[in-house]
Design a protein around this ligand. Sequence first.
Ligand SMILES: O=P(O)(O)OC[C@H]1O[C@@H](O)[C@H](O)[C@@H](O)[C@@H]1O
Length: 287
Amino acid sequence: MTVQEFNDAAGNLERVVLSGPESASVEIYVYGATVTSWKSASGSERLFVSRQAVLDGSKPIRGGIPLVFPQFGPGILPQHGFARNQRWAFLGATEHGAGVAATFELRDTPETRASAWPFRFVLTYTVDLTAHTLSTIVKCENADERAFEFTALMHTYFGVGDIGRVVVEGLEGVAYDDKVSGEVGVREARGEVGVAANEDRVYRDVQGNVVVRERGGASVEVRRFNFKDVVLWNPWEQKAREMGDFADDEYHRMVCVEAGTVASSIALKPGQTISCGQLLTAQDAAI
Ligand SMILES: O=P(O)(O)OC[C@H]1O[C@@H](O)[C@H](O)[C@@H](O)[C@@H]1O
């Protein structure tokens, strides 16, 4: 197992690559602590990053696993908060029996303290790779003298061969808010949710695990920790054309299935911490 660090042209740390058992690997940019590649034991890439993604730290990375904190969506802060466009500190990496893990840290800055969410905080983000799993767990500490609330989410872009063959399982019976139609509290009737249009849904209080499955292909199970909700998003044709950092045809090759707490917020008193995240388990075999 190896840990490699790569610098940018200015000589600053740009990204860390962990190579785990067999052909498993994960790449993490310190900008946003954004995971930009996850290969499971077989060496197959599980995530999608747009070929038009901007990787120079001037805007959030379009793909992989951007970390949304302290605000999901639009609100008092810019869309999806500030964590995805800050440089995180790399605290180090350690091998363990089954794989290798890297830890990153983000603290409040003068800019965040001057923002509409002005609190002191410490985020500690651990990305842990084994042969068939990737876990991404963020610990949030309230380092302020005031209580605060936040929403957070792991905005995972799964790479798929053909969106027409993709189903998301585990959402049947769950109530969702549909940001495209504006409907709220709609009950999902399907055991297998396909994507054939612009979808932007917040499934609330999902009880079990969800699985992203490509018929005749691979699947990934998404297990959440202290995260209540699941967001399903695909921009589809028109919105894809409107995004400068996303190629027109790429909506066929991705689906975002995002683990977070976004329909409600997480409250922390001074000194309190919470760890939230996801465990992704890859299955290579076609079913
Ligand atoms: O373009 P952004 O800011 O990365 O957001 C992408 C999408 O992220 C999803 O999580 C939201 O539900 C969508 O509404 C949003 O369009």
